[in-house]
Design a protein around this ligand. Structure first.
Ligand SMILES: Nc1ncnc2c1ncn2[C@@H]1O[C@H](COP(=O)(O)OP(=O)(O)OP(=O)(O)O)[C@@H](O)[C@H]1O
Length: 421
């Protein structure tokens, strides 16, 4: 398939030379000196990649990169500039350029960069990521994959934020696999504190994936900042994962430097049908078609908030797989498997809520707050059991350790009986 490249350069002779070299290398080349024309052609999908100068008359093309990344997230942009300052390179990376080439550059180098860029962007981002073990078709995941793909080949530091368990480390590993060179060393906050800058040597020539930066000690933050400001020889690429509020935990300058490349993962509750895709993926993983997700199971999975993110989906599917070699996971099986260990702090939170409820009832002059509390707790338990059982009373009763008749009687007593089932 012919690969179409648009060259944006206002220097006539340079535009001619670059276009000729790219044509000779087999690209289908068009060229313009106008940033407006270039953006328009890209939006009309008249080219698969753009090679753009930064300073065009009075316009700085870096200002248009975000717009382009939004409108043509599939098209890599290679930026070239005679302004060889770190700020320009950083600006290019931050605004989504695939690669930055300081002028003068070798034309073979440009060809090579374009070949690579188009190879990375050839398949749809979700297809590329899924082929490599990352699931996600929701628009926000597509955006994240686009950002990862754009960053894959460079060496700029990358900050990946998202809720814990949302796939930050998995995305970091994916990024490194795309780069395909050198070792990958991983360090959580404890290892980062224990081993300090020696980790940079261990990962030399490859990448250092530092996880959960929001828990770094000030010492860790200090040596990481130093490594970013004065990179040692053969420094590894820094890939850092963090919570979305990382700015409240780390010095601003450090976050600035780390986020030269920035990727953000949405919470799983914002990923629509991806929840069922992930569930099916984990359910079927490693097995020979032993377990499958039923259509009702998929709807059930898509309706859950999954506060524990992808990790909770993965654990739930694992618990189901552990039940036997094969079967079909419907709502009841999934709901049972979801009830893993009570999350830390949940019991305390419940007790606090109960105390608050009692205090309020006393204050309101209610003379039987304890009875009200027990009633409220029972009502919640019955409702939750019914919901988790897809409305099937027998199943709900079993979850609560009641027999079906007692369950039905309690429903009636609490005014929850709608005669269904
Ligand atoms: N999009 C995805 N597709 C497939 N598997 C995923 C995806 N996202 C996460 N996972 C899996 O879910 C689990 C949790 O993800 P991960 O370890 O990356 O969590 P994290 O808390 O975001 O990372 P960290 O705490 O190290 O920053 C891992 O087993 C990972 O492989």
């Amino acid at each position: 398939m012919t690969r179409r490249v648009l060259v944006l350069e206002d220097d006539d002779s340079l535009r001619f030379v670059i276009s000729k070299a790219l044509s000779r290398a087999g690209f289908d080349v068009r060229a313009t000196a106008s940033p407006d024309v270039a953006v328009e052609r890209m939006i009309r999908k008249e080219a698969d990649a753009l090679v753009a100068d930064v300073l065009l008359g009075r316009e700085n093309f870096l200002d248009r990169l975000e717009e382009l990344a939004r409108l043509r997230p599939d098209a890599p942009v290679v930026v070239m500039s005679a302004q060889t300052t770190a700020a320009t390179a950083l600006g290019a990376a931050r605004h989504g350029a695939y690669e930055y080439l300081p002028k003068p550059f070798n034309l073979d180098e440009l060809v090579e960069v374009l070949e690579r860029a188009l190879k990375v962007s050839g398949a749809s981002p979700s297809a590329r990521a899924a082929g490599d073990g990352l699931i996600g078709r929701a628009p926000a995941m597509q955006e994240a994959f686009q950002a990862l793909a754009r960053l894959a080949r460079g060496r700029t530091p990358v900050l990946i934020t998202g809720p814990e368990g949302s796939g930050r480390a998995a995305s970091g590993r994916w990024l490194h696999r795309q780069a395909g060179s050198g070792p990958l060393v991983e360090a959580g906050p404890d290892r980062a504190r224990r081993e300090g800058p020696a980790l940079l040597d261990a990962a030399a020539g490859g990448a250092l994936l530092m996880r959960r930066a929001e828990h770094w000690t000030p010492d860790t933050a200090a040596w990481v900042l130093e490594a970013l400001e004065i990179p040692p020889a053969d420094a590894p690429r820094l890939i850092v994962t963090a919570a979305p509020d990382v700015r409240t935990h780390l010095p601003g300058i450090l976050v600035e430097r780390l986020s030269a490349g920035f990727v953000t993962l949405p919470p799983v509750r914002q990923r629509g049908d991806d929840r069922a895709r992930l569930f099916a993926f984990f359910l079927e993983r490693g097995g020979e078609g032993g377990w499958s997700l039923s259509p009702a199971g998929a709807d059930f999975v898509n309706a859950q908030p999954w506060e524990g993110e992808v990790l909770q989906i993965e654990r739930t599917a694992q618990r189901i797989r552990a039940q036997g070699p094969r079967g079909e996971a419907g709502p009841d099986v999934i709901a049972r498997a979801m009830t893993g260990p009570v999350p830390p702090g949940a019991r305390e939170a419940l007790e606090d809520a109960a105390l608050g409820f009692l205090a309020e009832s006393w204050a309101a002059g209610d003379d039987a707050p304890a009875r009200l509390l027990l009633e409220a707790a029972e009502r919640a338990a019955l409702k939750a059991a019914l919901e988790a059982s897809g409305g099937v009373r027998q199943e709900a009763a079993r979850r609560l350790g009641m027999n079906r008749n007692t369950f039905a009687r309690r429903l009636g007593a609490l005014g929850l009986d709608d005669g269904a089932d």
